[in-house]
Design a protein around this ligand. Sequence first.
Ligand code: ADE
Ligand code: ZN
Length: 323
Amino acid sequence: MSTQELRSFIRDLPKAELHLHIEGTLEAEMIFALAERNKVQLPYANIESLKQAYQFTDLQSFLDLYYAGAAVLQTEQDFHDMTWAYLQRAAADGVVHAEIMFDPQTHTSRGVSIETVFDGLASALRQGQKELGISSSLILSFLRHLSEADAFATLEQALPLRRQYEDLWLSVGLDSSENGNPPEKFRKVFAHCKELGFRRVAHAGEEGPAAYVRDALDLLHAERIDHGVRSEEDPLLMQRLQEEQISLTVCPQSNLKLCVVSDMKQHNLKRMLEQGLCVTVNSDDPAYFGAYLLDNYMAVAEALDLSRSQLVQLAQNSMDARF
Ligand code: ADE
Ligand code: ZN
């Protein structure tokens, strides 16, 4: 199959995107446009010099830029425009369903109201359902470098909006700096979210150890694991993930750009797939890692020499793992 044939084969598979941070879809061009619209001063002379800074050595070196970039988001229109731009790219890649993470604390800590965030995201997602045929939902994600009390306070701010967004806000998640911020730190807030009927996901086993994956399952009652690539270090955990068919939302290009793997040919996605785990392919923060969903599939298809049936399986897994 030529590269072009492979690309259209993958594009035509119905796919769900299950691990995407909407703030990670802010392209450098849009960061500059919003900075100008909102009169925000950026510490970069131009788009090119911002893009040149996208050379990451680990998760934290990325997060520092990602949070700085998100500071240009101020109005409902900004959140709408960012989300709409993502949905158009997703539609072109053959995404039919997206479960989208957002980090309210990144915005409320700058004085942006949580209503502004929800209103902008939701209007774009509803438009995406009508005009692009992409079904979607929202995963309100807690920042794990902040305290559990801060997560509770964020939940309290968001809960009055639940009725208004009950068609979209189905889930909670946990993201940001993993090492040193173990799942147990958020045990109580996740228990409360479970009682309230929210679906639950958590980043684990990206940079952190396999034990964080186990603890995300046991202590947070996470139903899907974001990343989870370090699970391989624990054979018992691997057996459990296989037996219970717990989905892992793997992000190959993110793993490469954040030095979780040194070479795409070394990525364990294919090994995990062949061991019968429910692995999926996702884009994480596509504007920063230079790859939306189709490019992530292409990268692993080529580097790992995936068969057509393995590509179909990955797409099917993503549809099966939807909430
Ligand atoms: N927030 C955005 N992208 C992330 C990632 N890859 N890991 C943890 N937190 C994140
Ligand atoms: Zn992520």
